[in-house]
Write a protein that binds this ligand. Structure first.
Ligand SMILES: [Zn+2]
Length: 773
């Protein structure tokens, strides 16, 4: 049963409905409850709130409670209000700007007057950002914030008073409001049918679906920008409480420490703070009777794509609570519980101190776990406010102190970015991207010589000795992911996500790392504007383009392709297998794009969108065969290229088909290729260091060179890895990464990679445009 309202954390653990005695809280009686706005208790079986109901509650509580101040930060991709609730003592909320200035000074020692630090630490608050429900099928995420806000607005107990007095909580009730309704509307429309509790067939964000939580350094989506621009940048919170859900069949909740590896540019203070806070939450929840809590499991601390705060002074406490079927309960007998990565849910271990006994698991249970974990986090933040602020200030000292700021590896003193680049849009995007993450960009005041090459005065310079110098370093250097295996001689230990994030390689921008004395520079330059992106196809294209997606499920890569076409203003039409099976596509289109995961059933190169089932049967390939023969262009990305080879019987072989992970492994890495610059498909390709984004892709061998041409190939010898992790790289030597196959009067272009990876691999976009041009 769900706890309706609570006066102490102990009551929460009892999981009983608690009614407050009438008249016990006279000053607070006018506060609206979530149920009075929703019409049901938050967490009630089979009742998901709509975004309007959630906004209505926050609007009402903003009016009624002096402890809650709600702001709208902008409109979402589909036009809904994106909101944040500031929660603290009324006296703190009345002076928010003063506390923001204290926070700013603590962050940057250059702003502190002599002897001022102690006073700042005495007066400052522990600032906590809660980002909830970035993944919209994790339905507790957009429900728990209602319960937390109600409790903080209403409570008079000691715990609540400590939290309100010592912290400023910035609560984002959903990082993707559009998805609350995309998932909720589908759920409500399928109640009582076999589809009840399933994910909708469309992505739950117009463009990026689940990848909205892979956008925390590229800032491609407005929702990411609202949180970064209005919350991270002005506040740089000490703690981020990131509320998620995981699968149903292992632990009930994951709480950090994270599993290895740890990205080396993360300040060790934050790794230690994350570990300490995580264990404090596990301890408090165990005190209250919660079970099935796993740590040091599944989730690593590698990528700024998810871990933005770990590069901006804030510990990120990711929690992942077991899912039900959206708001529909499930039953999991104990003997069907399985293993998480790093623990076994039927066995007690140091990082899994108590087993959950199995049985019914509900939406209300999810909210109860998430609420308890958040409350324990708030309590630790309140009680250890001084230690959090001391560690926060110490990070500022280290960022501006001697290099290396930590560790033993030599750090560059600066990275020089020449203004003369093969692609000026890419240069502008890189400078804009870095500045958007609070990186200071300067200009050199004298010529600088690096590795024998001289860069003129006025070149861009990023000093690593600056408040977020380690963040800049991680985005500008090449990642060296450690060789990790499940056991000696065993398979590679799968990373949680990808392993590389090197912007100069992804964007195709030349940079030079300065080891030794930094060049002379002026003050940081003003923020530049994001460029307007254009391509040869932008505007009113003469080419009629179709973007394919299977009707059953929209892969994320199709969403990203949609995004890039929209950003570059390239007109197109979305089609499904039905359009191909019934129509005469040459009458309607000149080119059809098949993103990763849209065709075929997988195999190597099979990972596309989460849960996506590729389309394509005999009818589809018959139609595509005719389309190319009649002069059409077919573009197939990553796994779809393997399916296209089989479906159209192309004279090309995927040499990685059937190769196991022990022999070849590249779980999201940047690889070197050589480009055949005189190929029409390489028109517009400008990068000095040709690099492609490779993630579980195929690699090609051409069996009939009279019709198939390699446009991009891996080097004939040596390790093709530029950034990230690659095992068995010699399997790629001399193989093709991009092949142009003549097919009748048209052609089929096979990309053994994702040329538009998450809206980031800008260097390889021209390989798309030119294949259509
Ligand atoms: Zn999630």
């Amino acid at each position: 049963m769900f706890v309706r309202s609570f006066r102490s954390a102990a009551l929460a653990a009892l999981a009983t409905t608690v009614a407050l005695p009438a008249g016990s809280l006279p000053a607070q009686r006018a506060l609206p409850t979530p149920a009075s706005i929703l019409g049901f208790e938050p967490g009630a079986d089979r009742h998901l709130p709509s975004w309007k109901q959630i906004v209505d509650y926050f609007t009402a509580i903003d009016r009624a409670s002096p402890r809650v101040s709600v702001r709208t930060l902008g409109k979402t991709t589909l036009g809904r209000p994106f909101i944040v609730a500031f929660i603290s003592d009324s006296s703190t909320l009345a002076n928010l700007d003063r506390y923001r200035q204290i926070q700013r000074k603590l962050m940057d020692p250059r702003l502190q007057a002599a002897g001022e630090r102690e006073k700042l630490i005495d007066e400052g608050k522990n600032v906590i950002l809660v980002t909830s429900a970035i993944h919209s099928n994790e339905s507790g995420g957009f429900t728990t914030p209602l319960v937390l806000t109600d409790r903080l607005a209403r409570a008079q107990d000691r715990e609540a008073r400590d939290i309100l007095a010592n912290t400023i909580i910035m609560l984002v009730p959903s990082q993707n409001p559009d998805g609350v309704d995309i998932v909720g509307d589908y759920y409500r429309s399928t109640l009582g049918t076999p589809a009840e509790g399933r994910d909708p067939p469309d992505l739950y964000h117009k463009y990026v679906g689940h990848d909205d939580n892979r956008d925390w350094y590229a800032f491609t989506q407005p929702e990411t920008r609202y949180t970064v621009d209005s919350l991270y940048t002005p506040w740089d919170p000490q703690i981020v409480n990131d509320i998620h859900q995981q699968g149903s069949n292992a632990g009930r909740i994951f709480i950090p420490p994270y599993m290895d590896p740890i990205e080396p540019n993360i300040d060790p203070i934050l790794t230690a703070a994350t570990n300490g806070l995580g264990m404090s939450i596990v301890w408090r929840m165990t005190n209250l009777g919660f079970t099935g809590i796993g740590s040091n499991a599944s989730y690593d601390q590698w990528s700024p794509a998810r871990q933005y705060s770990l590069y901006h002074r804030g510990a990120r406490l990711l929690t992942e609570t077991a899912s039900a079927r959206l708001a529909t309960p499930i039953d999991i007998p104990f003997d069907q519980l399985g293993a998480g990565r790093g623990y076994e849910a039927k066995t007690v271990s140091w990082n899994f101190p108590s087993v959950w006994p199995g049985g019914k698991w509900t939406y209300g249970d999810i909210v109860r776990y998430q609420t308890a974990a958040s409350w324990a986090l708030f309590l630790d933040a309140a009680m250890n406010r001084r230690a959090w602020l001391e560690g926060y200030a110490a990070q500022g000292d280290r960022a501006l102190g001697a290099l290396p700021a930590w560790g033993r590896d030599a750090w560059p003193s600066a990275i020089v970015i020449p203004k003369s680049q093969p692609d000026t849009q890419a240069l502008r995007r890189m400078i804009w991207t870095l500045q958007h993450g609070q990186v200071e960009i300067r200009e050199s005041t004298a010529p600088a010589t690096v590795d024998g090459k001289t860069y003129p005065a006025g070149s861009y310079v990023v000093l690593t000795k600056q408040p977020f110098g380690a963040y800049a370093k991680t985005l500008l250097e090449r990642q060296q992911y450690p060789d990790l295996f499940d056991y000696p001689g065993g398979p590679p230990k799968r990373p949680y996500d990808v392993t590389a994030h090197t912007l100069p390689l992804l964007f195709g921008v030349d940079v030079a790392h300065v080891m030794g004395a930094a060049p002379a520079t002026g003050a940081p330059i003003k923020e530049i504007a994001e460029p307007t992106y254009t391509s040869v196809l932008s505007g009113k294209s003469a080419k009629r383009i179709a973007l394919f997606r299977p009707s059953a499920s929209e892969p994320i890569d199709a969403g990203w392709t949609h995004w890039i076409l929209d950003v570059y203003k390239v007109p197109f039409t979305t089609i499904t297998e039905k359009d191909l099976a019934t129509g005469a596509p040459n009458d309607r289109f000149d080119a059809i794009i098949f993103p990763d995961g849209t065709l075929g059933g997988g195999g190597r190169g099979g990972r596309g969108g989460r849960g996506a089932a590729g389309g394509g049967g005999g009818d589809v390939f018959a139609a595509l065969d005719a389309f190319a023969n009649n002069g059409g262009s077919i573009l197939a990305f990553n796994s779809s290229s393997s399916a296209m080879i089989e479906g159209l019987k192309l004279p090309v072989k995927n040499v990685l088909a059937g190769v196991g992970n022990n022999d070849f492994y590249a779980p999201g890495s940047i690889l070197a290729v050589e480009i055949k610059r005189d190929s029409p498909i390489a028109r517009g390709f400008a990068a000095t260091v040709p690099a492609i984004w490779f993630e579980n892709g195929p690699a090609f061998e051409i069996s009939d060179p009279s019709v198939a041409t390699a446009v991009a190939s891996y080097p004939a010898s040596g390790n093709p890895l530029l950034s990230g992790w690659l095992l068995g790289g010699s399997k790629l030597n001399g193989k093709a990464a991009l092949v142009d196959v003549k097919h009748g009067r048209g052609h089929v272009v096979l990309y053994g990679f994702r040329p538009q990876y998450r809206g980031q691999s800008m260097a390889t976009y021209p390989l798309i445009w030119s294949a259509i041009q």
